[in-house]
Design a protein around this ligand. Structure first.
Ligand code: FAD
Length: 429
């Protein structure tokens, strides 16, 4: 870590005791602790990934992953809600990059820039921006399908629809909401709106009684004829797709910081299991419980799974942050489709090991093992299951190979060198 990254991480470390202290009650009551908003705001952490020139702390994806990982060891629900706030920054950073790359027509630049800067300065000022994309409407082709509509009216837009999940419902100051412009059926029509929490026509869906990650305030909202002024929207057709072309990885990038939440949670339950099983001893031999063959097997397996999660996560972080980039975007994307499932499945196995190692007495709703098992189960279904990622990758690699089979044969002069033609030193390299 650089000195600046270390300084930002210290701000995160400073809030962990309060997160840890509130975690069990937050899970039990399925409520996001209101006091966490002020805590994170005063620590400056709502502007963690906002560039300094907009008043933020100037962190990047490495900072975000470190923060959500560390918070995941203390309260995974808070870590996840905090992740979604930070992902709102992509709606500021990526459009600015797209402007710099010359993707916008000159006429559109001022409005796009104004919106992007508003996202970033609000975050830096300590405004909590929940990110509402997901909906209950599903299509076979897409990960996220947006059916919420935006209809143009005098001075702004009318939103109509429903957002099925969204961390920090009723907590965030604004819901940064994706909707499709009326008359568009493609991603060109996707637009983003600042929806104030208390705007007329916004209502909270029934309380979300999740299996895990229960304290994320993940209820979602209904939008019934909600008016949003024009200056609170990025509704330039094509803006969303232009923005996406600028991300380093999948979708808007930074998704790996979700996997970091789950890895933090897995590390915590691993540590607690080791502590408990090495502290408690057998009454007859005086040896720690951890020394039993069954615990040795379980701990070996938990260690393997935890290290697997780190390897996938760290590699993804490396290829999404290396400067200059070391992998083409398509490869970064493909790696993530595998990595998301690999990390979350491995983390879940750590919790499963903890459950077995702790035995019946540790298998309670509110113990660390029980909570981790439930929280980490959400990682298996969130965004997409591992199997879906593998299917996508299988299609990508088989299509690529199939295409290679149909390339025209090169002429003898153009034929690429094969191993047989290549000097031994080249092969070794
Ligand atoms: C704790 C938590 C917090 C979250 N916070 C937010 C948030 O703040 N903002 C936000 O926007 N989203 C949030 N999400 C939503 C998250 O990203 C969703 O998991 C995702 O958008 C939809 O997941 P799903 O496909 O499982 O949806 P579901 O509605 O549960 O899907 C139903 C079923 O359809 C299947 N399915 C859906 N699409 C396809 C497809 N194309 N091909 C095959 N099968 C499909 C699913 O696998 C599942 O079996 C959160 C989720 C969780 C668990």
């Amino acid at each position: 870590m650089t000195d600046a990254e270390r300084a930002r991480a210290q701000r995160v470390d400073a809030v962990l005791p309060a997160l840890r202290a509130a975690a069990a009650a937050a899970d039990r009551t399925a409520t996001f602790p209101d006091s966490h908003v002020g805590l994170l705001r005063e620590a400056g952490l709502l502007g963690l990934v906002v560039p300094e020139k907009f008043g933020g702390l100037g962190g990047g994806l490495r900072d975000l992953a470190a923060a959500t990982y560390a918070m995941g060891t203390a309260c995974p629900s808070t870590a996840l809600a905090y992740f979604f706030h930070n992902t709102s920054a992509s709606r500021g950073l990526l459009p600015l990059e797209a402007i710099d790359a010359g993707l916008f027509a000159a006429d559109d630049v001022p409005v796009v820039r104004a919106f992007a800067e508003k996202v970033l300065t609000r975050m830096a000022d300590g405004v909590w921006l929940a990110n509402f994309a997901s909906e209950a409407v599903k299509t076979a082709k897409a990960n996220i399908t947006i059916a919420t509509t935006a209809r143009k009216v005098d001075g702004g837009w009318i939103l109509q629809g429903e957002k099925s999940f969204g961390c920090a419902t009723g907590v965030a100051d604004y819901y940064l909401t994706s909707a499709k412009l009326e008359g568009y059926d493609t991603a060109e029509g996707l637009a983003t709106f600042f929806v104030p929490r208390d705007a007329a026509g916004v209502s909270v869906r029934a309380p979300w009684d999740g299996l895990g990650m229960r304290a994320t305030a993940n209820n979602g909202i209904r939008l019934d004829e909600v008016f949003i002024p024009a200056e609170e929207a990025l509704a330039v057709p094509g803006a969303f797709t232009k923005m996406l072309t600028m991300s380093r990885g999948s979708f808007v990038g930074n998704q790996l910081a979700i996997a970091a939440v789950y890895t933090g949670c897995a590390q915590r339950v691993y540590d607690e299991t080791l502590a408990a099983t090495t502290r408690k001893t057998f009454a007859d031999t005086g040896e720690p419980i951890a020394s039993s063959p069954v615990h040795q097997v379980l701990i070996g397996e938990m260690t393997r799974q935890l290290r697997t999660a780190y390897l996938w996560l760290r590699y993804q972080l490396a290829i999404e942050t290396a400067e200059p980039p070391i992998k083409p975007k398509q490869e970064v994307f493909t790696q993530w489709r595998l990595g998301k499932g690999a990390v979350t499945e491995a983390c879940f196995q750590v919790a499963l090991g903890a459950l077995k190692a702790g035995g019946t007495s540790a298998a309670s709703m509110d113990g660390v093992a029980g909570r981790a098992l439930r929280d980490l189960a959400m990682g298996l279904v969130m965004t997409f299951p591992a199997e879906r990622g593998m299917l996508e990758v299988a299609r990508i690699v088989t299509d690529a190979t199939a295409n290679e089979l149909f390339t025209p044969a090169p002429s003898a002069a153009d034929r690429p060198a094969t191993v047989a033609d290549t000097p031994a030193a080249e092969v070794a390299r």
